[in-house]
Design a protein around this ligand. Structure first.
Ligand SMILES: O=P(O)(O)OC[C@H]1O[C@H](OP(=O)(O)OP(=O)(O)O)[C@H](O)[C@@H]1O
Ligand code: HPA
Ligand SMILES: [Mg+2]
Length: 179
């Protein structure tokens, strides 16, 4: 698996350090509240697990599965709900947890949905932001790393459902796409 990676963009240590930093920030931001942390399946799961271990307040966790890439390197432009939340959103402080914001279509879909469901507040924390990919006009409130316009894998991010279990963020060798 590692031999298919051309370059490590963000190391495991850098990710863990960032989770500590962002966790401390969220602890402060949500003190005296009971937010609903919404993990966006499947990509956000490693980040959500590491980040929330660093948040020192009570919170509730739930998951939503939306998909638009269907395993490939480009968004289909159509966001589909595969699994909805089990929790009521009305009146809640929603913290959306994402691995990456690229075109922004997934996030803008979710923010609109939670507004419609009458959340009290909606904030977004993302590990990666790829501003060059943006087509929807949307920004995260807390960003771990800004990355260049490259397709990345690892730490939840997939290519054809593979590489999610790498502990770092990397770029694939071009021949991996060619095959
Ligand atoms: O800003 P966007 O262009 O919408 O891209 C970001 C979204 O795309 C990926 O999910 P994907 O739809 O591939 O599902 P997955 O998490 O199951 O891989 C990623 O995990 C984000 O949720
Ligand atoms: O760069 C990416 N890699 C993997 N999945 C993605 N989904 C949006 N952008 C990406
Ligand atoms: Mg994906």
């Amino acid at each position: 698996m590692h031999s298919e990676i051309e370059k490590v963009l963000i190391s495991e240590e850098e990710i863990q350090e960032k989770c500590k930093e962002m966790g401390a920030h969220l602890t402060e931001e949500y003190k005296d509240r009971f937010p609903l942390a919404v993990g966006v399946l499947k990509g956000a799961t490693p980040f959500m697990a590491d980040l929330l271990k660093r948040v020192e307040i009570h919170l509730e966790m739930d998951f939503m599965d939306v998909s638009s890439y269907h395993g490939g390197t480009r968004s289909s432009g159509e966001v589909k709900i595969v699994k909805d939340l089990d929790t009521k959103v009305e009146g809640r402080d929603i913290l959306i947890i994402e691995d990456i914001i690229d075109s922004g279509l997934t996030l803008s879909y979710l923010v609109d949905l939670f507004k419609y469901r009458q959340a009290n507040s909606i904030k977004v924390v993302t590990l990666l932001d790829k501003p060059a990919g943006r087509t929807a006009h949307i920004k995260a409130d807390t960003i771990g790393f800004e990355i260049p316009d490259e397709f990345v894998v690892g730490y939840g991010l997939d290519y054809q459902e593979k590489y999610r279990n790498l502990p770092y963020i990397g770029i694939l060798k071009p021949e991996v796409y060619g095959g």
